[in-house]
Design a protein around this ligand. Structure first.
Ligand code: 5GP
Length: 199
């Protein structure tokens, strides 16, 4: 059995990464597993510890980072986010393709460590629509909304660092396109392995 791929999904805050992900993550053909990140931000209504994130204190986060337990980490709008390395490695060893839903700085760190990671950037149909989606969440104070909007414009500048760019005009359509990208890469990797074995 071949080792699973790393699939990085980035995109500005509010673009709907989570909604798009939900549409394809269960597809058995794609053999996907979601990497649960660690964060110091407060839990939003409906979020579950250990499922959406591991919600930790700054001290706990810093200690994990110091022990070398994070594949990557970044600060985003005043909070820390990071990917636990051990579970990612274990899932890939089981042949699972691991989805990292992370922001651009963390994605850069992963690309440097794993250049063959499959990288996908989700863009909104327009910046006006993005603002509407961020405001539509109604969970954050205006100050944080403003910070997320400024951050979103900055994040959009990194679109060129990614192998694929997918517009989230409609989550189902965006998910279908991502499905094709992942599927085709799985086939390509299998072809490469077959060729290598024949040599
Ligand atoms: P949110 O607070 O909206 O859940 O996430 C804020 C941003 O942090 C999003 O762009 C999300 O993709 C990113 N993020 C979530 N987990 C991680 C992580 O483990 N590492 C990095 N670098 N970014 C993350």
């Amino acid at each position: 059995m071949s080792r699973g791929m790393l699939v990085i999904i980035s995109g500005p805050s509010g673009v709907g990464k989570g909604t798009v992900l939900k549409e394809f993550i269960q597809d058995p053909e794609l053999k996907l597993a979601y990497s649960v990140s660690m964060t110091t931000r407060t839990r939003r209504p409906g979020e579950v510890d250990g499922k959406n994130y591991y919600f930790v204190t700054r001290e706990e986060f810093e200690a994990a980072k110091e022990r070398g337990e994070l594949l990557e980490s970044a600060e985003f709008v005043g909070n820390y986010y990071g990917t636990p390395k051990k579970s990612v490695d274990a899932l890939r060893d089981e042949g699972k393709n691991v989805i990292l839903e992370i922001e651009v700085q963390g994605a850069k760190q992963v690309r440097e460590k794993c250049p063959d990671a499959l990288t996908i950037f989700i863009i909104p149909p327009s910046m006006e629509e993005l603002e509407r989606r961020i405001r539509g969440r109604h969970t954050e104070p205006e100050e944080i909304v403003q910070q997320r909007l400024t951050k979103a414009a900055k994040e959009m500048e990194h679109v060129g660092d990614y192998k694929y760019v997918v517009c989230n005009d409609d989550p189902k359509l965006a998910a279908d396109i991502i499905r094709v990208i992942i599927k085709r890469h799985m086939e390509f990797n299998e072809e490469q392995e077959r060729k290598a074995a024949q040599k």
